[in-house]
Design a protein around this ligand. Structure first.
Ligand code: NAI
Length: 338
């Protein structure tokens, strides 16, 4: 059993990561965290020299070069402090012999509830009412909402977050449809209607994305699929930005095909999110156009960001790291290319 101190380089560190990871590691005889603010990229990987492991987040870029460099520094373990791992080249890690762990389930309800918050914001125009009240404007023109009861809500990806979301929407009295190529008993037990993608596009008043970003789901919402949707449909994406072809979505907002859009993720978010850019000029024209629509609400990848979820992420990350270095690998939530 290996018990000597392991030095871990934590990338993309924010004050809340430092606080929670430190709290989750009170007996620091096994893990010594060093917190780095920059993202892990080909340019910053050299910071990991002399460490035993790295800890990464959603926009760190573990590509072939980074994986190879980590092995050259003697690092064989990456602890992701998130569920998704589309930013990690898992095949390259397998090839070089770097093992990758993630936090598969920390608070599915946090993300599901955020998706619902976006829906309720949009269908009752809360974001517009908020600005008006601050301007002493109490007029109701343009604030007409629509009811959720009886509406058809579709979920793409009926995993842990999808199931939590399905249960909430059923509570609103919605008819809930789900597309998932690998439906589980737990999913079926919710009573959701499991349907094909064609039915999702054509029958839904609201579509919420809860699938991972993989080859099959890249730009799953594109000009073709948007054409098949009901006019005025609401689209919610709290999963990964590249599930959506953003220029096609902007076109659909302009024509009215898309009636409402709620986003917590954006394909090019790595250049924007998690930072205070308020004194800089926004360079991303596609994102800038998105922010001009009154029927679009965007949050900056904060669906996971609750006290409960951050605590769980820190605890599971520390557990993945300590179990790995103790050789108790059956306790580690590994990600695999296979
Ligand atoms: P999960 O692994 O429990 O569920 C994913 C589901 O998607 C599975 O049931 C799987 O069968 C299904 N799926 C796989 N391929 C599919 C396809 N081609 N089409 C439709 N469904 C497909 O994952 P979980 O925990 O529910 O998370 C879902 C996603 O949410 C993550 O992959 C991540 O991208 C995103 N996420 C976003 C967060 C945020 O803060 N915005 C936080 C955590 C996760």
């Amino acid at each position: 059993m290996v018990t000597e101190l392991k030095k871990i380089a934590v990338f993309s560190s924010k004050s809340y990561d430092i606080e929670r990871l430190t709290e989750a590691n009170p007996d620091d005889s096994m893990l010594a965290f060093t917190f780095f603010e920059p993202k892990l990229t080909a340019q910053t990987v050299s910071l990991a020299k002399d460490f035993d492991g790295v800890c990464c987040f959603v926009n760190d870029q573990v590509d072939d070069f980074v994986a190879k460099s980590l092995v050259e520094y003697g690092i064989r373990f990456i602890a992701m402090r998130c569920a998704g791992f589309n930013n990690v080249d898992i095949e390259a890690c397998d090839r070089y012999g770097v093992q990758v762990a993630r936090v598969p389930e920390y608070s599915p309800s946090a993300v599901a509830e955020h998706a619902v918050a976006l829906i309720l914001n949009l269908n009752r125009n809360i974001h517009r009412a908020f600005s008006r009240i601050r301007e002493n404007d109490y007029s109701l023109g343009g604030l007409m909402g629509f009811g959720l009861n009886g509406k058809t809500v579709a979920v793409i990806g009926g995993g842990k977050i999808g199931i939590a979301f399905i249960k909430i929407m059923q509570g609103f009295g919605c008819r809930v449809l789900c597309f998932d190529p690998f439906p589980t008993d737990e999913l079926r037990e919710t009573g959701v209607e499991i349907v094909d993608l064609n039915s999702i596009w054509s029958e839904s008043d609201i579509i919420s994305l809860h699938c991972p970003l993989v080859k099959q789901t890249y730009h799953i919402v594109n000009s073709n699929t948007l054409e098949q949707m009901k006019r005025g449909v609401m689209l919610i994406n709290t999963s990964r930005g590249a599930l959506i072809d953003t220029p096609a979505v902007i076109h659909a907002l302009k024509t009215g095909r898309l009636g409402y859009l709620g986003l917590d993720v954006y394909e090019e978010e790595a250049n924007l999110f998690f930072e205070d850019n308020s004194d800089k000029v926004l360079q991303d024209d596609v994102f800038a156009r998105l922010t001009t629509f009154k029927n679009v609400v965007i949050t900056g990848h904060q669906a996971f960001f609750t006290i409960e979820a951050l605590q769980a992420i820190a605890n599971i990350t520390v557990s993945n790291l300590t179990s790995f270095y103790k050789g108790e690998t059956e306790q580690v939530c590994f990600v695999s290319a296979k």
